[in-house]
Design a protein. Structure first.
Length: 310
């Protein structure tokens, strides 16, 4: 999605790559894999992306709420700035308070904060010589090496992945034939399933947003948004089952010989995903499993539709 001319009111945009270089008269709400903003925004900005950048020529006249894996804010925010990410770099001018939650935080020499800087990170923020902070610098401690903090994180992950495994097992026992056919789709062309899953994950929410803001399709937009949410939930459950199946087959075993072998493969897959989650960037593996599940489902439904047409 590319917006390179003036928009007098709001912008709502979702896509794989979103580029906003034109000026916007009011608020901007955007999300995508990569979001790049290099224009003036008259109101507030809410943006979420894997890679999110506010270029040096950009200005947000209101508040800004930013979420991403890598967030670079080289532009200006005239009021408050709130950032959540893995790596955050600030090098612009910020007229109000700045709040940052990230694993890595850096302030370049050109950064100017006219209010307070409040941040939480495993280590101290890197504030280079030349950076100006008129208010206080407040650090909220988040020591991941602390046993209690680590235990809480581990327990939360255990509950999350155990819950996913339990839901997947219940669905497998209720719909065993359906799962067998979906697994077949994922195993015969896993890369196609991942690619299709990415397309569905991007297009469905974007379609829902367009319907919601169109007025005439508001009801249909809500239905589409519900379908998108259900697709994500079902996709990760199907993805875990597919990964468990692939793991057993890689070991020379066949989990479809008994339902209990299949149950074991699901638990093993959930445990492996949980452990990978503690590795830096391990969340990408979870994301790929989600795409695999969504793509395998969609390929199954398409095959069913094609067979009925024939």
């Amino acid at each position: 999605v590319t917006i390179d001319s003036f928009v007098s009111e709001d912008v709502v945009a979702t896509g794989g790559l979103v580029s906003i270089t034109g000026n916007v008269g009011d608020d901007v709400r955007t999300s995508g894999a990569v979001v790049n903003i290099n224009g003036d925004i008259g109101g507030d900005l809410a943006a979420a992306a894997v890679f999110l950048t506010l270029e040096s020529r950009s200005t947000v006249n209101g508040d800004a709420w930013l979420i991403g894996r890598t967030v670079t804010v080289a532009g200006n925010v005239n009021q408050t700035l709130s950032v959540n990410g893995e790596k955050v770099v600030l090098s612009g001018t910020y007229g109000g308070d700045v709040e940052v939650h990230a694993n890595s935080i850096g302030l370049a020499p050109s950064a100017v904060i006219k209010g307070d800087l409040t941040y939480s990170a495993p280590g101290e923020a890197v504030i280079e010589d030349g950076a100006v902070i008129d208010g206080e610098v407040i650090r909220e401690e988040t020591d991941l090496s602390d046993p209690e903090t680590w235990a809480a994180e581990a327990l939360g992950s255990l509950k999350f992945y155990f819950g996913l495994a339990l839901c997947a097992i219940v669905l497998l026992l209720v719909y065993p034939n359906w799962f067998e056919k979906v697994i077949e789709r994922s195993s015969e062309a896993p890369f196609k399933s991942v690619g299709l899953g990415f397309v569905v994950l991007v297009v469905t929410p974007a379609l829902a947003i367009l319907l919601l803001i169109s007025g005439l399709g508001a009801a249909l937009g809500l239905i589409t948004l519900g379908v998108a949410l259900a697709t994500v939930v079902a996709g990760i459950l199907v993805g875990i089952v597919c990964v468990g199946d692939a793991g057993f087959r890689a070991l020379g075993q066949s989990p479809d010989q008994s339902k209990w072998a299949r149950v074991g493969s699901i638990v093993a897959a959930a445990a492996v995903l949980m452990l990978i989650g503690f590795i830096p960037y391990g969340g990408w593996v979870f994301f790929i499993v989600l795409l695999l599940g969504i793509g395998a489902m969609k390929r199954y439904f398409y095959r069913q539709y094609a067979d009925q047409e024939d």
